[in-house]
Design a protein around this ligand. Structure first.
Ligand SMILES: Nc1ncnc2c1ncn2[C@@H]1O[C@H](COP(=O)(O)OP(=O)(O)O)[C@@H](O)[C@H]1O
Ligand SMILES: [Mg+2]
Length: 334
């Protein structure tokens, strides 16, 4: 078993939630469950908003085709593995900024698996940040929340491996939670590096090109940096070199610029961990502005273009307004 599989095996050892078996071939054929709408569809699952008879609030149902039917041997069992990793992580991680699992179900045929979780009405950060104009303060609070979730999982030697705007959800008060633990793995005690990495294109740390062993926690931080970069600039991280772009940009306020340059640092040991990111955000005076436009800025064209591309963005509405930072740490319990 190579090192990557052994880190995955550590997740598989974690206790799973109680998994109920349902006799229906599909949960949605039951009369007590109604699908309200589809929320998302990824490579491994489909996500629905649903109502359940007797439950006073809406739920999210993530449906996995877990049957071992893939024709390519390399992919066989992979969906089941994603399902297992997701429910084991969500079952064992309890944090204000990590999505909440209610229960897990599988059909008796073993074809389908369901993850039932809390609904985060703000949706994912990708859509949220294109729909609403986030100011610097709101952006800082969202990323601070995600960083706290990363500190928590990294302390447990778990790495997420798929940090991106689509995997960050916002609750009814604009608080961020980290979700989608299908690719998460756990490093064994004594191990400090891995040899392979899975994430979305454009989120890979530059050290992957060197083909050596690398620290998965620093790679999560790089993907976190790309997530912040994409949210700030609304650009594709495959069309630009995000580090050089940030370096060149003179309109970005130092508060964000310094953080981005440290998170996207090409040398992993010079790159910030989540604790350093949080210290920076706590100790640096915040500004509600993200850009103070400079006429000589070589990147100004792209910043203005991104704003024009998004002419219908409106300020974050009150029910979704991001709450003051202190409530993140002390005031919010589930
Ligand atoms: N609990 C939730 N509340 C609101 N939207 C959600 C929730 N879970 C997922 N979504 C939506 O569905 C999308 C896909 O969910 P995700 O868990 O990332 O699945 P996948 O493994 O398919 O990427 C998210 O990007 C988000 O838009
Ligand atoms: Mg996802």
């Amino acid at each position: 078993m190579d090192k990557m599989n052994s880190t995955r095996a550590e997740i598989m050892k974690m206790p799973a939630p109680h998994i109920s078996q349902i006799t229906n071939e599909d949960l949605f054929s039951r009369s007590d469950v109604d699908v309200i709408k589809t929320l998302g569809k990824g490579g491994y699952s489909e996500v629905f908003l649903a109502s359940w008879k007797g439950v006073p609030y809406k739920l999210v149902v993530k449906k996995y085709h877990i049957a071992d039917v893939d024709k390519t041997p390399a992919n066989r069992g992979i969906k089941r593995m994603h399902f297992d990793a997701e429910i084991k992580c969500l079952n064992n991680l309890e944090h204000t900024h990590i999505a909440k699992l209610f229960t897990a179900l599988v059909t008796s045929s073993g074809n389908l698996g369901y993850v039932i979780m809390e609904h985060y009405p703000g949706g994912d950060l990708f859509h949220f940040s294109h729909r609403y104009m986030l100011n610097g303060d709101q952006m800082a609070k969202i990323f601070m929340g995600v960083s706290m979730a990363l500190s928590y999982i990294h302390e447990k030697r778990i790495f997420h491996q798929d940090i991106k705007p689509q995997n960050i959800l916002l609750d009814g008060y604009g608080r961020a939670v980290l979700t989608d633990f299908g690719l998460a793995s756990k490093l064994k005690e004594g191990q400090n590096s891995v040899t392979s990495w899975h994430t979305t294109i454009g989120h890979y740390g530059p050290e992957l090109c060197l083909g050596r062993r690398f620290c998965p926690f620093k790679l999560d931080m790089y993907s976190f940096g790309i997530t912040l970069w994409k949210t700030v600039f609304k650009l594709s991280s495959t069309a630009f070199d995000p580090f050089t772009f940030t370096h060149t940009c003179t309109s970005l306020v130092p508060y964000f610029k310094d953080a981005l340059l440290k998170l996207l640092h090409p040398v992993p040991c010079a790159r910030w961990d989540s604790g350093q990111f949080e210290n920076h955000f706590r100790s640096t005076p915040r500004s509600t502005q993200i850009f103070i436009m400079q006429p000589q800025d070589p990147t100004a064209h792209y910043i203005l273009l991104a704003q024009k591309r998004n002419p219908n963005a409106v300020p974050v509405p009150q029910p979704l307004a991001v709450v003051p930072f202190y409530t993140f740490r002390f005031g919010y319990t589930r």
